[in-house]
Design a protein around this ligand. Structure first.
Ligand code: 3PG
Length: 389
């Protein structure tokens, strides 16, 4: 795969695809992690004499229409502050952008253009003619085959991988290509259906699999316990049981929580009730793991050589149900293992418990991170590899 770091960019029109799909509330960016991650790429391109155009998506607008709630304009302002130079914002750009040497232009949300999500070839060509060099740097969108991540890379005069994309691939591959064992994966989150394929594929890669949140509820139910009013997916209990059998056959340990913290309602005012896992009452729902389970997980993580983490083990946005995720974060941070973390909720937990400096690699990817864990080829990476053959 061609890398931006190896190319001569002097005087070139460089079109960089970043993932600036950041949370915005009342016009204010509430987390600029994805912007921070892209700064070295932008600075490097500028220092090498490029004229820089950046494209990104934001949210999921109705294609072909402008939606003021999903404009990238606030991102251009924030990016200007972070870079310490004016980032010009270009609303209408697909038919051409005028650029001065040393200038940085942020292009309006690519998803306002018809054909973006369908990976329309004509749209990809129109993007490609804007530049001399296309740089794919958006690891977090690399699982999408769209005009700005895939078709453009097919038609650009030169298409290469940016430093952030390379860093992500290297950081994640280190945990997967020749991992230090034992490998422990932690997969939490609300629904087992969204992560069933990830869980399946992890079974051939890990020694232990810790499940959390609504996903764990399915495992608790599949193990034969009554989870009462807890969130779970009844039609997937059988599939969860099959997965547990595959794990037994593959000698992968999936510990079932010993104790849990329940609430009588899903609310920030719900009182926490500690229970053994087999003692949950009919009107209670499991919202966190209990202290015995936290200690068990902590022991498993302490002995790990590699840890892969995606998803919380409880409803940590409500403090009274956050202890399990806090303990888990601390255990991962304190473990000497090489640790990788990714996903929106995971990053929020890392921030909340202040453990970011002690995780070996934190990915900017959510869906892309999961697809990487599944072992899938990310289409935006695949096309760069194809082009360099
Ligand atoms: C993400 O936040 O996971 C990426 O930006 C991809 O967004 P999408 O799921 O809307 O394609």
């Amino acid at each position: 795969m061609l890398e931006m770091s190896k190319l001569d960019l002097a005087g070139k029109r460089v079109l960089i695809r970043e993932d600036f799909n950041v949370p915005i509330s009342d016009g204010e960016i509430t987390s600029d992690k994805r912007l921070m991650a892209a700064l070295p790429t932008i600075r490097t391109a500028l220092n090498r004499g490029a004229q820089v155009m950046i494209m990104s998506h934001l949210g999921r607008p109705k294609e072909g229409t402008f939606d003021p709630d999903m404009t990238l304009e606030p991102v251009a302002h924030r990016l200007s502050e972070l870079l310490g130079l004016v980032v010009r914002f270009e609303k209408d750009w697909i038919n051409g952008v005028s650029l001065q040497p040393g200038e940085v232009v942020l292009l309006e949300n690519v998803r306002f253009l018809k054909g973006e999500s369908d990976n329309d070839l004509e749209l990809g060509k129109a993007m490609a003619v804007l530049c001399d060099t296309f740089v794919m740097d958006a690891f977090a969108t690399a699982h999408r085959a769209q005009a700005s991540t895939h078709a453009v890379a097919r038609f650009a005069p030169v298409a290469c991988a940016g430093p952030l994309l390379m860093r992500e691939l290297a950081g994640l591959e280190r945990g997967f290509m020749a991992p230090q064992s034992p490998v422990v994966a932690v997969v939490g989150g609300a629904k087992v259906s969204t992560k069933l394929t990830v869980l399946e594929s992890l079974l051939s890669k890990v020694d232990k699999l810790i499940v959390g949140g609504g996903i764990a509820n399915n495992f608790i139910a599949a193990a034969g316990f009554d989870i009462c009013s807890s969130l779970f997916e009844p039609d997937l209990v059988e599939a969860t049981r099959d997965l547990m059998q595959v794990a037994i056959d593959a000698d992968v340990e999936i510990p079932i929580p010993l104790d849990v913290v329940c609430g009588r309602e899903f609310s920030e005012d719900a009182a926490p009730i500690a229970r053994q896992v087999n003692k949950v009452a009919a009107n209670e729902m499991i919202l966190d793991i209990g202290p015995k389970t936290s200690s068990l997980y902590s022991r498993l993580l302490e002995d790990a050589g590699t840890i892969v983490w995606n998803g919380p083990v409880g409803v940590f946005e409500f403090d009274q149900f956050g202890q399990g995720t806090m303990d888990l974060s601390m255990s991962i941070a304190e473990s000497p293992a090489y640790s990788i973390a990714g996903g929106g909720d995971t990053l929020a937990a890392i921030d909340k418990y202040g453990v970011g400096d002690d995780i070996s690699y934190i990915s900017t990817g959510g869906g892309a991170f999961l697809e990487f864990l599944e072992g899938k080829t990310l289409p935006a990476v695949g096309i760069l590899e194809e082009r360099s053959m």
